[in-house]
Structure formats: C-alpha cells, structure tokens
Design a binder for this molecule. Structure first.
Ligand SMILES: C[S@@+](CC[C@H](N)C(=O)[O-])C[C@H]1O[C@@H](n2cnc3c(N)ncnc32)[C@H](O)[C@@H]1O
Ligand SMILES: [Zn+2]
Length: 411
C-alpha cells in the first residue's frame, strides 16, 4: 500500500518507534525558523520527544493487562497520527481491541495508513469524531473500555467526565498534562479554573502538578460515584502523567475523596506540612516554624502516587524492552521504586544551600547523614537534586551545616 492511496498531501517520512514503523509528518518541512515548535506547525501532530511517554504507556498498559489477567479493549481518543494506538496493538500482549480517534481528518487518514501498514486492521478501529462525543457513545454498560489514554494538547480536564463514564469498573485511565506552566504556578488563575486547585511555585512544583491533576480526577470521578486509585505517575520533560484505576461505588468515591487536602509551604524557612481535609481548612496563615506568612496549594491529592505492585510490574516489563529510551526509563523506574512510600514533597539542595549561603553538598552525602540520624531519605525522579525525607526543614538545615563541616569546606 502506498501513501498516495490516502491522498496524503503533505511531506511525510517513516519512523521506527518501539516495534512499529509509522508514517509521520516530516517535521523539518514545516518550520521556517529553528526556534519554532515543529509538531504544532505540521498538519498532523507527531512529537518525537513524546516517544518516552509512549514507551512508558506501553509498559504501564502491559503491567495492567498482566495484573488483570484478561484481554483489553483500549481507547485513544486524541490519537494524532495513531502511533500510540498502533504501538498498544502491536506491543501489548492481550490488547485485543484498540480504538483510535482524532478530530482532524488528515490525522485520521495518516492513522488509517499506519494501521494498514502494520497489518492491524482486524484489531484497530479508526474514528474521526470529537473525543467527548466518541467517549459518550461508549459510556454505557457492555460498551465501555478497559483502558483509556488521554494525551491531548495541554490539559486533559475537558475529557475527564466522558472518559470516566466510558471506563469499565476497575479500568485504567492514563492522563497526560502538558500545561505545566499553570500546574506549576506560573499561571495560578488558569490552574484554579481548570483543576479546581491552587498551585504553588515551589521547588517541588512538579509533584504539586501531579497532585493537582490527580485531585481533579478524584473529585471529577466522585461526581459519578466513582473512586480512584493512583497507581503510577511520572513527571518528565515538559509534561506530567497520571495513571489511575477506577472503582464504581459511592463508598469508593468517599474513600478517594478522603485523600484530598492541602500542602502548606513557607517560602521563608522551607517548612511544609499537609492537611488532609477538603473543606473548612483551619489555617492561621502563619508558618508554625518561623511565623512568616504561609502559602497554600490545593485542594489536591495527598494519597499515594504509586502502587508498589503496579510499579514492580512496570519495572519488570521495562527490563526486556529494547526501547530507544530504555536506559533512561529504567533509571526513572528505579528512582520511582524508592519513592513509592516516601514522604510528600522533597527538598532541593541547591535551593536550600543557596539561601543559607552554604556550599551545595553531594546529594548522596545528605541522604547518608539523614539515614544515620534515623530519618527516611531517598532520591526522587521529579528532580535530580531532590531529596524526599521525613526530616523537617530545620533538621535539613542542620544536616547541610554538618555536611559543610564534614567536608572542611570543599566538595
Ligand atoms: C497531543 S496530540 C496527540 C498525540 C498522540 N496521542 C501521540 O501519542 O502521538 C493531540 C491530538 O488531539 C486532537 N484533538 C484536539 N481536539 C480534539 C477533540 N476535541 N477531539 C478529538 N481529537 C482532538 C488533535 O488533532 C491532535 O492530533
Ligand atoms: Zn517558616
């Protein structure tokens, strides 16, 4: 089959991702200046940088399939050229039915071509609908999907209601949010509007971003008497990603809402604390440590961001996959393994040392000192200079002083 059969009237090229070959827009043909963002200039969306996102999506879907032990029906309602859905059908054992959809006709043409090129016509259906209309059509008993992957431009929030309705009891929902500027507190009003929670421009703003997205999912699901369990998340490059399973029932919804609350943060002394309550936040507005004004993030998800069992499955799958970004993915997963049960928020050594006019100690040294003093301490995949610990900001400062003395001023 040739690309001319589909009247593709723009420059394309073939790329390999995972186990598949797909036709995608030839990105360099659409930019006039090197500073331009090529994926958004092409008539069909394809972003090679998101290959790692798709690799992890393949691993997570395979992990989910193995845990469930049955065949899966999967929907990707915002599919672009279809690479993600084509990869699910090819690379995930047990992904028996995949529905890919895009509102853009040219994207649908390209996706159809890619489905045929990979000989997947029996397993993949391609549709050309608005994502919410499509999902609404599948939001009835016996029509629902086992897994839905929402990978939009910007925020996934406009699709949450219909995705929850179109997901089976126990189903898996994967969400990408690329609007990290609002979620990380650069545009707080946009974040409050979209996610119903206040962000904060702290050193751990990417974790806050994940928690705001997960919190928005929990409260949206609760409106439908659906509870969520966040099984896996990651923050990579320019986006955050949340994977959650859902459970039908008012009680399940009540349980997941109990995980909502606030993070209080003092920009003066680095003190932070959490309040697990969504209504009637009793809050003096002052830092319990130094008395300065304390800022609040939320309401957001304070529950777990990773399920140990699920993460183990994802990591096991990653061992055998010869992905282009395999090494980086394995590093991310190894970091995540350690932060599964770790405390909420992390400290960034550069930032603290800078404020205290102390040299920046090696991260491993600080972790060693913290553990010696009986605290939990580990790295985080969110930031290479981040440390998750149950030590207070006051203790962290003492540890930084101790590290300085131990090093005799030189690192
Ligand atoms: C970020 S791209 C998808 C990339 C794709 N998921 C991947 O992994 O390569 C977002 C896609 O959503 C499509 N889109 C935007 N609004 C839509 C809507 N209301 N319904 C369906 N598709 C939509 C766009 O045409 C675009 O192809
Ligand atoms: Zn303070």
């Amino acid at each position: 089959m040739k690309s001319e059969d589909f009247a593709i009237d723009f420059p394309v090229e073939t790329v390999e991702e995972g186990k598949v070959k797909v036709l995608v827009p030839k990105l360099e043909a659409f930019i006039k200046m090197p500073s331009e963002y090529a994926p958004s200039k092409a008539p069909v969306f394809y972003n090679p940088v998101m290959e790692l996102n798709r690799d992890i999506a393949v691993l997570a879907l395979q992990a989910y399939q193995k845990i469930m032990g049955h065949e899966l029906s999967v929907c990707e309602p915002l599919a672009g050229c279809g690479v993600r859905g084509v990869r699910f059908a090819t690379e995930v054992e047990g992904a028996k039915k995949v529905l890919i959809n895009d509102i853009n006709e040219k994207a649908v043409q390209l996706a159809k071509y890619n489905v045929q090129m990979n000989k997947l016509s029996r397993c993949i259906t391609v549709k050309n609908e608005d994502a919410n209309l499509l999902l609404a059509h599948y939001g009835a008993p016996y029509k629902r999907f086992d897994a839905i992957d929402i990978d939009p431009f910007g925020s996934p929030v406009p699709y949450l209601d219909s995705a929850i309705r179109a997901l089976r009891n126990g189903g898996l929902l994967a969400l990408t949010a690329t609007d990290v500027a609002p979620l990380c507190g650069v545009h707080p009003r946009a974040c409050i509007r979209r996610y119903g929670g206040k962000p904060l421009r702290t050193e751990y703003c990417h974790e806050v971003a994940v928690r705001l997205l997960a919190g928005c999912l929990a409260t949206t699901a609760a409106k439908h008497d659906v509870g969520i369990r966040v099984v896996f998340t990651h923050s990579t490059d320019h986006y955050v990603r949340v994977y959650a399973t859902i459970k039908y029932g008012a009680k399940k919804a009540d349980e997941s809402i109990k995980n909502m609350g606030y993070i209080l943060h003092c920009f003066k002394c680095f003190h932070r604390e959490t309040v697990k309550r969504i209504f009637a936040l009793e809050w003096s507005g002052k830092c319990n440590e130094c008395g300065s004004k304390i800022e609040v993030a939320g309401p957001l998800w304070l529950g777990t961001m990773f399920d140990k069992h699920f993460c183990e499955f994802v990591e096991k799958e990653a061992k055998y996959k010869p992905f282009k970004y395999g090494e980086r993915i394995r590093r991310i997963l190894a970091l995540i393994r350690n932060e599964v049960d770790a405390p909420i928020t992390y400290y960034i050594l550069d930032k603290m040392s800078g404020r205290l006019a102390l040299p920046v100690p090696p991260t491993r040294k600080v972790i060693e000192f913290l553990r010696e003093e009986g605290f939990q301490a580990c790295l985080t995949h969110f930031n290479s200079k981040g440390i998750r610990t149950d030590a207070s900001a006051v203790t962290m400062k003492k540890i930084l002083q101790r590290a300085k003395i131990a090093s005799h001023g030189k690192f």
